[in-house]
Write a protein of this length. Structure first.
Length: 106
C-alpha cells in the first residue's frame, strides 16, 4: 500500500526536488487540518467541502488563496483512507445538491 503522505499530493505537473517535497508537505498538512476541523464540527449535520473551505479561509491566513477544489481533494484523500464517509446531500451554492460528510465511527 502507498503511504498516506505520498497520496496527499498528486504530482500532475511533474515537480521535483524541494518543490515536490514542499507540495507534498503542504498537501498532507491540509488533509490533517481538514480532518481536525471535521472532528471539531462533529454533530453538525451538513458538513460540506465548501463549509470547511470557508472556515479555513476565514480563520487561517495560510488558506487565503486556497482553491475550493483543493479542499475537495482533501475530502477524497480522507475518504480513501476510510476516515470520512458521505452522510447525505444538501443544496449547494449553485442550485445543485452536494454531498454532506461525517467522520467514520471507529
Amino acid at each position: 500500500m502507498i503511504p498516506y503522505e505520498q497520496r496527499s499530493f498528486y504530482n500532475t505537473t511533474s515537480e521535483t526536488g524541494d518543490t515536490l517535497k514542499d507540495y507534498k508537505e503542504k498537501a498532507t498538512s491540509q488533509d490533517m487540518d481538514v480532518l481536525k476541523l471535521l472532528k471539531r464540527m462533529t454533530g453538525l449535520r451538513l458538513i460540506t467541502p465548501y463549509n470547511i473551505w470557508r472556515v479555513l479561509v476565514d480563520t487561517n491566513p495560510s488558506y487565503k488563496n486556497t482553491p475550493r477544489d483543493s479542499i475537495k481533494r482533501s475530502f477524497s484523500n480522507l475518504k480513501n483512507r476510510g476516515l470520512i464517509e458521505k452522510s447525505g446531500k444538501t443544496m449547494g451554492d449553485y442550485g445543485r445538491k452536494v454531498c454532506t460528510w461525517r467522520l467514520v465511527q471507529q
